[in-house]
Design a protein. Sequence first.
Length: 295
Amino acid sequence: MNRGMRAYVMTRGTERRMDYAFLGESPPRRWWESIGQWLFLEAEELVVSRRDGETTGLLLSGIPSGRRDVIGTRIRYTVVVDDVHEAPALGAWLVRCGLEDGERERLGRALDAAFAADYVDAWLRRAEDAGSGNRGAAWREVEERLLAALGEGAAAAHETTAEDEDRRTSWVGGVQDPVARREFRARARRLLQDARPGIAFTTHALGSVSGARRAAQALPDDVAVLLHDSELRETQNLSETPGMKPATGAVSAGKAPAPAAHRGRRGRRRTTLAIAAVTLGLAAVLGIWWLTGGG
């Protein structure tokens, strides 16, 4: 592992008061907050972000643990890796963990092996005393455990071929679509290797193409979005193109715009009715004028 790469893990303890918090050091910059309004970190989300053409960060949430809290709710992990481009093989595996249930479960088991319930509870109990002189050593131990677990998982992962080339535009697709997942992996691979900035993320907070387009318009770089709650079966372009018609793919939230031809017929029908109303009004005026002797 390159020493420039840093990794952080968030989870909770067994007791009610041991809420979710980073074990050890917290990320110095929460770069994912730029898209925070479109993320549900309580669920399975994946973010790969290349910032300023220099560094790539990766966030993976909703990683299941075998541990449960005091009321029986299953505990989860969130992992953040800064400068993950320095370990592209690890980054590629974590992307798989974000898209494949089996790999995500395997990652959860690896984290459980590194962070047993007793260890997590003990760490959170002494978190308030983290200002002591051995804080740095304790934080380094957490990160070393985390990096070892991630490294073992990546080394044991079966290689998969990723032949798709990244299309350098903003687009949206559905998580259930295998083609969209392959294209997402191609975008993530480019963000791990290329200096061009951009962001790729999955989201439970958006359910429509129009919502994804608004998100893409609010971000400065190319965007690839996978919707969890969508029935999209093909990717759709989100890039701004003069004269581009709104996308009409099937989505799970919101209504697709009516086809242009249908809107045109509706407009012509309204125009015809308006002309008829004016004609009838004119005829009524002429009739009254004639009856009152105007003729």
